[in-house]
Design a protein around this ligand. Structure first.
Ligand code: ATP
Length: 350
């Protein structure tokens, strides 16, 4: 029988009367980089801690590499973990921090030294080996924490918001480094983040969570282009939500022309059309008349905040175009907004 490397079934977790995890089922394959993504309090960390055994689930099961680990204490599981706060031993040097777990395992001194040197080099800290955590930067401390977690060659790497305490530049560097290292080692990795950009750029698959439940699992492109709900659509990337009138089972009206109704909408009343800003063009034939109210410079692109004259009244629509294409856009300019039908999703109004 084939099985996933990590298999979670119907996992529940309560804190008193509060249910933090609701019937979570999830399969993760060996070597995947998975992000748990969701707003604060949705249960990402609780799920990670249940996988680590730091909190035990109330119901359901977790299997890792075919072994039922649901009730095992952390030390009997096979993982390395890195937290947001680097949690290094302050009285040990960089090298000693990495060596700690290896020594505890009773590895011969020479082998420990060899492995520590290897990890120092892998995370680019060979020259910092004799420094103490307080003498290196936050990004460097997080590299040490990563090396310490990986030095024991765990089967699973758990990362709990490892980048969120770092400044933007270091965070971007470390994203690339962690991903490269993960791919090189082929280690199955789960990272908790509330940063959608981080999840989109790093993950093989994203697990989107809302109020203790998994609401969508998919590749970054699937999550971005085919969000399963209004919540996912609003949480991942920028999105316009436009009120439109449902004309029939097949058509909605937003501007002067009927638009084909995306098939996941129910006919009757008003619905919301979700359209990404970059899918909208400014000079569409028969497009919705609009006025540019604000222009934001994003470097490679311009973001234009428009006020559109729609069938359901004036609505704000955000458009994002490559800088070269939209460079002449000015506040007060008129435009006609349009998009391909395939770029549009409909959600029942909340
Ligand atoms: P954040 O991004 O803010 O860390 P999260 O998605 O990781 O959020 P969790 O830390 O998993 O969220 O918490 C989920 C819910 O469970 C929250 O409402 C939180 O208050 C609650 N919770 C977590 N740990 C405990 C605990 N030990 N006792 C009581 N409630 C808890």
């Amino acid at each position: 029988m084939t099985h996933s490397y990590l298999h979670i079934e119907y996992l529940d977790k309560h804190f008193g009367a509060f249910q933090a995890l609701r019937s979570i089922s999830l399969s993760i394959e060996k070597g995947e980089f998975i992000c748990f993504l969701g707003p604060s309090g949705c249960g990402k960390t609780t799920l990670l801690r249940a996988i680590a055994g730091l909190d035990l689930a109330d119901a359901g099961s977790i299997h890792q590499d075919g072994r039922n680990i649901t009730q095992l204490p952390p030390q009997q599981r096979d993982f390395g973990i890195v937290f947001q706060s680097y949690a290094l031993f302050p009285n040990l040097t960089v090298a000693q921090n990495i060596a700690f777990g290896l020594e505890n395992r009773g590895l011969p001194r020479e082998e420990v030294a060899l492995r520590v040197a290897e990890w120092l080099s892998l995370v680019g800290l060979s020259r910092e080996s004799h420094k103490y955590p307080s003498q290196i930067s936050g990004g460097q401390q997080q590299r040490v924490a990563l090396a310490r977690a990986l030095a024991l060659s765990p089967g699973l790497l758990l990362l709990d918001e490892p980048l969120s305490a770092l400044d933007a530049l270091v965070r971007h560097h470390l994203r690339t480094e962690i991903r490269a290292l993960q791919q090189r080692l082929g280690i199955t990795t789960i990272m908790v983040t509330h940063d959608q950009e981080e999840a989109l750029t790093m993950a093989d698959r994203i697990v989107v969570m809302e109020q203790g439940q998994v609401v969508q699992v998919g590749t970054p492109s699937e999550i971005y282009h085919h969000p399963a709900s209004r919540f996912v659509a609003s949480f991942v990337g920028n999105m316009n939500f436009l009120e439109a009138l449902v004309l029939s089972e097949r058509e909605v009206r937003l501007g002067s022309h009927p638009l084909p109704l995306p098939n996941q909408a129910r006919a009757g009343g008003c619905i919301e059309l979700a359209i990404r800003p970059e899918a909208i063009t400014l000079d569409a034939e028969g497009g919705i008349p609009a006025v540019i109210e604000q222009v934001e410079f994003l470097g490679a692109a311009l973001r234009l905040h428009c006020r559109a004259d729609t069938y359901c009244g004036p609505q704000r629509i955000t458009v994002q175009r490559p800088f070269d294409e939209a460079r002449h856009s000015r506040v007060g300019s008129r435009c006609h907004l349009g998009w391909p039908a395939s770029a549009m999703q409909a959600f029942a109004q909340e």
